[in-house]
Design a protein around this ligand. Structure first.
Ligand code: NAP
Length: 263
């Protein structure tokens, strides 16, 4: 039995990834987020629910993260850590001056992801075979958005983090990569679309339709679609897994954005 850690697992992309990975034999999930209740709801919904752990954790609290991972409940000696999906994040805008959310967004999205990966590194390194550190960046690492300097900087910074850690860790068999999703139908996206609707004096559905119209694929992704990519990247993990292992894909960003940015 091996462990996969998912942050931001109580909702949206993280919960979809948990549901998908829980279908595999030999995988025990650690579900992290600040609010315990949604994590427990996800845990209860998973196959082999009793195997998995739900942990209230702020990813920007380095001491708490390091301490929990070394503890008895984590039990990473018995259940080696083979992958971390550092997916927790917050969205929204920021503006210079009083009440600027710059520090909060950078602290959670960029520093929190750094802390998650660094705290997991010793355990990934000691696990046998190829292991994975995957982060959730964004299509907003690919272009700028007015009023969202912190979010765009945090998600762009994650690509630098991934490239540097791929240089450091790949020789030890740790594949370090990023997902860059475009719109995904989660609470975060719904809040952004709602804010745009209010700014324009139109309905939520009209605002969503506007966003979809400018996408080459004409629709936004679902969390389950993003989970399929994580499933693919982690395809070597799990007991009796006969899928090909992903052993030479590292330092990369996977763009899943309905065609909104083409690299
Ligand atoms: N939806 C999109 O269109 C989209 C597009 C590109 C990238 N993304 C990225 O995808 C990731 C997942 O977002 P989502 O769309 O699935 O939205 P979501 O449903 O709002 O999920 C974000 C999750 O992160 C957790 N979280 C936030 N701050 C945290 C912290 N300090 N410590 C631990 N957990 C924390 C939240 O739980 P708690 O509040 O309980 O902590 C929540 O479960 C984020 O990094 C986001 O930036 C989303």
């Amino acid at each position: 039995m091996n462990t996969v850690l998912i942050t931001g697992a109580g909702s949206g992309i993280g919960s979809a990834v948990a549901k998908s990975l829980a279908e595999r034999e030999g995988i025990r999930l650690v579900l992290m987020g600040r609010r315990l209740e949604p994590l427990l709801v996800v845990k209860r919904s998973l196959k082999n629910s009793q195997l998995h752990e739900a942990v209230s954790m702020d990813v920007s609290d380095s001491d708490a993260m390091v301490s929990w991972l070394s503890g008895e409940v984590a039990n990473l000696t018995k259940y080696p850590l083979v992958a971390v999906f550092a997916n927790a994040g917050i969205g929204g805008g920021n503006a210079f001056g009083e009440g600027d959310r710059w520090d909060e967004i950078i602290r959670i999205n960029l520093t929190g992801t750094y802390i998650t990966l660094m705290a997991c590194h010793p355990y990934l390194k000691q696990s046998k075979g190829v292991t994975h550190a995957l982060v959730t960046s964004s299509v907003l690492a690919r272009f700028g958005v007015p009023g969202q300097t912190a979010y765009v900087a945090s998600k762009t910074g994650l690509l630098g983090l991934v490239r540097s850690l791929a240089m450091e860790w790949s020789a030890d068999g740790i594949m370090v990569n990023a997902l860059c999703p475009g719109w995904v139908d989660t609470d975060m996206a719904r809040n952004s679309i709602q804010a745009m609707a209010e700014a324009q004096g139109i309905s939520y559905d009209q605002s969503k339709a506007q966003q979809e119209e400018i996408l080459p694929a004409k629709r936004i992704s679902t969390p389950a679609e993003i989970a399929q990519w994580v499933d693919f990247l982690f395809s070597g993990l799990g007991e009796g897994c006969d899928k090909a292992r992903i052993e030479t894909f590292t330092g990369q960003a996977l763009d899943i954005n309905s065609g909104s940015w083409m690299g």
